[in-house]
Design a protein around this ligand. Structure first.
Ligand SMILES: CC(C)(COP(=O)(O)OP(=O)(O)OC[C@H]1O[C@@H](n2cnc3c(N)ncnc32)[C@H](O)[C@@H]1OP(=O)(O)O)[C@@H](O)C(=O)NCCC(=O)NCCS
Length: 139
């Protein structure tokens, strides 16, 4: 049986570990501890899935809870995938948000067919600005 906890106490190592077991670690800065700790401290909403004491899934979001919610990291341990845990993590994230709040995300290549399958709509007008895309202004 899987237990879900909203805003769990999570160490950087536990977070990295579930990213590794899911396969998402290849696309996250797991060797940059300052960044990983900042991702945990700056998250506004996290939902975790546990099998006993083992963290088997995580949804980490940045949100205002009313208008938009950026679902930055959705990861389920490979041994637990295709059991509905990812969809549950998203549903439980939505449960914490206001009625008008949209979920927004960037899909990992391996998950491009997942999101439409569970009801997400592809948005052709989405844009991303990388940290070095525009030269930084001098202070
Ligand atoms: C993508 C991921 C979060 C899905 O979690 P999950 O718990 O395995 O998915 P669920 O069990 O909730 O799947 C719900 C439905 O989507 C389907 N599905 C699952 N993964 C899928 C995929 N990669 N492509 C298409 N459909 C998929 C399931 O078969 C299920 O279908 P059904 O309702 O018709 O039976 C998980 O596979 C994962 O962690 N992947 C590696 C990390 C990653 O890519 N994360 C996304 C970052 S944006």
């Amino acid at each position: 049986m899987i237990d879900y906890i909203v805003n769990p106490e999570l160490s950087a190592l536990e977070f990295i570990n579930v990213l590794q077991r899911s396969g998402l670690a290849a696309r996250r800065p797991i060797s940059d501890m300052e960044c990983i700790e900042g991702m945990l401290e700056g998250a506004s909403l996290m939902v975790a899935a546990y099998d006993g004491d083992l963290l088997v899934g995580i949804a980490r979001s940045v949100t205002d809870f009313h208008y938009c919610c950026y679902l930055s990291d959705l990861a389920v341990d490979q041994a637990y995938q295709r059991q509905g845990i990812g969809a549950d993590l998203i549903a439980r994230t939505q449960d914490e948000l206001g009625d008008q709040c949209k979920l927004i995300l960037l899909s990992a290549p391996a998950a491009v067919d997942y999101y439409p399958h569970i009801g997400f709509e592809h948005h052709p007008q989405a844009w991303v600005l990388g940290p070095d895309a525009i030269p930084k202004r001098k202070p």
